[in-house]
Design a protein around this ligand. Sequence first.
Ligand SMILES: NC(=O)c1ccc[n+]([C@@H]2O[C@H](COP(=O)([O-])OP(=O)(O)OC[C@H]3O[C@@H](n4cnc5c(N)ncnc54)[C@H](O)[C@@H]3O)[C@@H](O)[C@H]2O)c1
Length: 262
Amino acid sequence: MQRVNGKVVIVTGGASGIGEADVRLLAEQGARVILADVEEEKGRAVAQRTGNAEFVRHDVSSEADWEDLIARVVARYGRLDGLVNNAGIIRVGDPCTITLDALRAMMTVNLEGTVLGCKHAIPAMIDSGGGSIVNIASIGAVSGLYFYGGYCASKGAVASYTRSVAAYCAVNKLGIRCNTVLPGGVDTPLVSGLEAEMAAQMPGMRIPPSAPVQPDAPQMRSAVPEDIANAVVYLISDESSFMSGGEIRIDNCASIIAAVVE
Ligand SMILES: NC(=O)c1ccc[n+]([C@@H]2O[C@H](COP(=O)([O-])OP(=O)(O)OC[C@H]3O[C@@H](n4cnc5c(N)ncnc54)[C@H](O)[C@@H]3O)[C@@H](O)[C@H]2O)c1
């Protein structure tokens, strides 16, 4: 059985990491996937490897890019059933070293990208008779990871905005669901240089034993992208038809046992 058979789904940031796994698993389960990313070479390669996927160059922070992307998808496939707002960036910085430039960059991609995605996908989903939006936040949305507090703020805003979108769609009976996925540490290029960056920018900073960047912390193996993509397939599929405004936290307990384990 293919779990998202025939659904037309956009995945932003689909050229790497979690987004790449989303693209692959959704396509394997029968979706027609539009992989949108600023990374042209990598994006095209992923689409080619995957099959049943096409690449579109797209910057989530550009409203004009969103208008073009949605118009193109509707013109080509006649519908839009799913959107995964996955593209994201991270910049380190604790409350005393955070810079406005870094904060604004994260807010622009992580929050504004998600807001614009919802804004432009919803009308196309209404015309398609409904749909499912999945916003990728982070356990940073619910924990005090102060070494990248600006990132946590941007992801907290994504989780909060998701609830507004879900409520709007429900009250107006649009048949559109909107949910958040909150991954813990996932082994992807996003986090590969973080420790070195933190050491350079915040020398001597104390990192709690729970920090997902510490590979030997209890129960803290990094997730693999597929751990997250499996939840994305579920949320895009009709299996989750009674779930909207919700959150799936995927961190193998990191955010609940962290503070008490040495
Ligand atoms: N890796 C983790 O530990 C982790 C944990 C929690 C949440 N997340 C979130 O998961 C999502 C995917 O992260 P990942 O780890 O796979 O990262 P990644 O760096 O491997 O992939 C992110 C992708 O987003 C694309 N991108 C960046 N800015 C863009 C823009 N303006 N427009 C379009 N595409 C853009 C990049 O080109 C890249 O292909 C992000 O939202 C991230 O914040 C990651």
